[in-house]
Design a protein around this ligand. Structure first.
Ligand code: ZN
Length: 172
């Protein structure tokens, strides 16, 4: 059984990067890596205690431009998508951004309600439902219903996202 695919697979489907700049919980990051995906650290952001960006706030002396530092990540889905990922929208100082956590983990500080994330965006983190597959799903709506997807791994199973974008079913 094939257990994963890599970028530049024989059929030329590139591995998706559903969001380019994400917060990740540690269990979430470990589960993504264990499932064969690429997780890269991006430039972290440091806030002042007042909540502004440390590097932007010139009214704050450099020695005081220190606050919580948040790491950000880029996830390339080259393997399987773990079950139970929740895409969140988070208020963070002056910014909002996306983050992933596991379903059983508590919300991030500043996390918006569930419906702040569009269903189709949430659906980018749903694994292919075909038995034994679990590959990422990619957009395939032309001429089909909203939420129609194929998985990124040959033979490219066809699937339909649920209306809330939290699950998918195979389409014969
Ligand atoms: Zn599949």
């Amino acid at each position: 059984m094939k257990t994963g695919f890599t970028m530049g697979d024989a059929d030329g489907v590139a591995a998706p990067v559903p969001e380019d700049r994400l917060r990740l919980t540690i269990p979430c990051r470990e589960r993504l890596i264990h499932a064969g995906n690429v997780v890269e650290a991006l430039e972290p952001v440091t806030l002042n205690p007042s909540g502004t960006h440390a590097h932007d706030d010139l009214s704050v002396p450099p020695s005081l431009r220190r606050g919580p530092t948040y790491p950000f990540w880029r996830v390339t889905l080259t393997g399987r998508v773990p079950l139970g990922l929740v895409l969140c929208f988070i208020q963070y100082g002056p910014d909002q951004h996306y983050g992933l956590r596991l379903d059983e983990e508590p919300p991030y500080p500043g996390e918006f309600p569930f419906d702040a994330v569009e269903w189709w965006r949430r659906g980018n983190w749903v694994p292919c439902p075909a038995p034994g597959c679990g590959a990422p799903l990619v957009w395939y709506e032309a001429g089909y219903a909203p939420g129609y997807r194929i998985c990124a791994r040959s033979p490219h199973h066809h699937a339909q996202l649920s209306p809330d974008g939290r699950s998918a079913q195979t389409v014969a």
